[in-house]
Design a protein around this ligand. Structure first.
Ligand SMILES: *[C@@H]1O[C@H](CO)[C@@H](O)[C@H](O)[C@H]1NC(C)=O
Ligand SMILES: *[C@@H]1O[C@H](CO)[C@@H](O)[C@H](O)[C@H]1NC(C)=O
Length: 587
């Protein structure tokens, strides 16, 4: 495809929607993941921020409560336990991709932490902060910076809550010190757990550093009870100096480990189809180093709805025409544009004028500007994945591979790329392979070794029965990461197959399950999904049916799991012979 037609389609969409939008009320806030037919909080559904669960089902709940104080939180849990309801906690925005927030059955109770976010209490002599679980990451890091303190690591997307990011093991990138997982900086937690009728059906427990149970509570998938408060250990506020180095990926497997060891906050964004990678040289500098830089990552900036819609329609048209080359061209333009604006780094908080960009930790580590949509005239500005528009829609595979095996993984990906050079262009449209470092953890469900975490985001069709262009290549990479190299799936991302065999990858899982049995013996905070993931239910995480492999609900074992009517058959992997992938081999 030529760029002219892409630009034309964007322009046309822009004009069309410009007129359309004059008639519409523009959105200001992201859509709520919880929707109820009336105002009673009864008969509601819950989704994630992307508007679709991996299996595209609807999660129905009987009741939603919005506690504002710990007392109300205890009362909410007590009500659920008394009535023997399945219970789950959902944050304001619900960014986990798997169904972790869906209570078991269809008559469960949802406790939203949307309004449970008033406490951020900083102690400047002990360098700690005590925080309500509903507090957003952005609010947290900005509040503690006011006191001259910093949380050294966090996810890059700041639209998540403290309770949600901890429960799924969220992280940044570092092999230094305690590493990049936020839970490594937790020194205490208060949880509300089920209790006997004599105790009033719910009680508060405090788990502090030194207590083994904290290793379960820090990363819990939400199955232990409700997190009420978290105590973080903090560091004095510091600045960081960031320089992006966009170079050939020829030596990636040789230098991926040394790069991580040399750069405290370094990460690598690998664009496999381009044969290049952005090495982010990112290190701590003295607090008095000049610079008021801000990281406003381009992919998380407010986007005019028409642009998001045009991007999606361009991608769909490449898919329908089975034209991977057109994706390569768009990816090249997009990456050039990304680099031209320093990926969204702004030296003075306003514009990018060159490297290094130096700024305060809270303004460099994490961003998420689109979360607060704008009622701009004439166009609403929002996150490009906002489910209220037909914008981008994707799968996300995020797997952590031990540093001892990461070089082999990279070599395998390169072999698949050589065999079909344009097959990975679709990935480059979504920030390539984001490679971040995470250290071995004491948390029972934390990383079991020092790892490189790889985030891969890619096209998801509107219809679950529609195959993707070159889908066999990404499926093979996914299975190489998960099964050849025994990678650990991110708890809050991934498709169902990501959790196949996961129980065998966590030697401390029995200890975790023991804590679960003590905290919630009836399993009220467990669901079909968490039981499948943790091996409590025997059925497993896969859903076997026609077309199931297209959406990662299963690994194909028969052609009908792919799309045989469209020429996609279940075949052996090319590099990993144990892989089973849906390959386009018509006739
Ligand atoms: C900070 O922690 C110290 C030591 O535990 C305690 O004595 C002090 O009262 C705390 N300050 C605040 C403001 O909570
Ligand atoms: C998906 O496509 C199939 C086959 O074309 C069709 O039968 C089905 O109705 C579609 N489903 C949805 C939800 O559009």
């Amino acid at each position: 495809m030529d760029m002219d037609s892409r630009q034309m389609s964007i322009l046309l969409a822009y004009m069309g929607l410009w007129i359309f939008s004059l008639l519409q009320v523009a959105h200001t806030a992201p859509s709520s993941p919880v929707e109820c037919p009336g105002s009673s909080g009864i008969g509601c559904t819950v989704s994630n921020a992307y508007g679709a669960w991996p299996d595209r089902s609807t999660c129905t709940v009987a009741k939603v409560l919005y506690p504002t104080t710990e007392q109300e939180l205890v009362a909410a849990v007590a009500e659920g336990v008394r009535d023997q309801m399945k219970i789950k906690v959902v944050s304001r925005h619900s960014h986990s991709i798997p169904k972790l927030v869906c209570p078991g059955g269809e008559q469960g109770m949802l406790i939203s932490t949307r309004d449970y976010a008033s406490v951020i209490s900083v102690n400047t002599s002990t360098f700690t902060a005590t925080v309500d679980s509903g507090v957003g990451l952005r609010e947290l890091v900005d509040a503690i910076a006011q006191y001259g303190m910093a949380l050294p690591h966090s996810p890059y997307w700041d639209g998540v809550s403290v309770g949600g990011l901890l429960s799924t093991g969220a992280h940044g990138s570092s092999l230094w010190g305690r590493g990049s997982a936020v839970h490594e900086y937790v020194i205490g937690m208060r949880l509300v757990i089920p209790a006997s009728p004599e105790e009033g059906f719910a009680k508060i427990i405090e788990v502090l550093e030194g207590d083994d149970d904290l290793n379960a509570a820090k990363v819990s998938l939400g199955v232990l009870g409700v997190i009420s408060r978290v105590i973080f250990t903090l560091q004095p506020l510091f600045k960081r100096s960031v320089t992006n180095n966009f170079i050939s990926d020829a030596a990636l497997e040789d230098n991926i480990i040394s790069f991580g060891l040399q750069n405290e906050f370094g990460d690598v964004t690998w664009y496999p189809s381009m044969g290049k990678a952005i090495y982010r040289l990112d290190n701590r500098v003295e607090i008095n180093t000049p610079g008021n830089g801000v990281n406003d990552f381009l992919g998380f900036q407010r986007t005019p709805s028409v642009i998001a819609i045009a991007e999606r329609s361009t991608e769909e048209s490449s898919e329908v025409k089975m034209n991977a080359e057109s994706k390569c061209e768009v990816a090249e333009v997009q990456i050039a544009a990304l680099l031209a604006v320093g990926t969204g780094l702004k030296n003075d908080g306003i514009s990018f004028t060159g490297y290094p960009v130096i700024g305060y930790q809270n303004l460099i580590q994490t961003s998420g500007n689109c979360q607060n949509g704008l009622d701009a005239n004439p166009l609403p500005l929002l996150c490009p994945w906002d489910p209220r528009i037909k914008g981008i829609f994707f799968h996300q595979t995020a797997v952590s591979i031990a540093i001892s095996r990461i070089a082999s993984f990279i070599s395998d990906v390169k072999k698949l790329r050589s065999a079909r050079p344009s097959s990975l262009c679709g990935v480059d449209l979504y920030s390539g392979f984001l490679m971040r470092y995470v250290k071995k953890s004491d948390a029972y469900l934390g990383k079991t070794e020092d790892v490189v975490d790889i985030d891969i985001t890619y096209y998801r069709a509107d219809n679950a029965t529609t195959p993707r262009l070159h889908e066999d290549v990404l499926e093979e990479i996914e299975q190489i990461a998960l099964f050849k190299y025994q990678g650990l799936p991110h708890w809050g991302k991934n498709r169902n197959l990501g959790f196949e065999t996961v129980t065998s990858k966590y030697p401390n899982l029995p200890k975790f399950l023991d804590v679960r049995r003590r905290f919630d013996p009836q399993g009220l905070f467990s669901s079909e999904w968490s039981d499948a993931v943790l091996g409590i239910a025997s059925g497993g995480v896969s859903i076997l049916k026609d077309n199931c492999a297209l959406e990662g609900l299963c690994i194909c074992s028969e052609d009908r799991h792919c799309a045989p009517d469209r020429g996609y058959l279940c075949k052996q992997g090319k590099v990993f012979s144990n892989a089973r992938v849906c390959r386009y081999e018509p006739f």
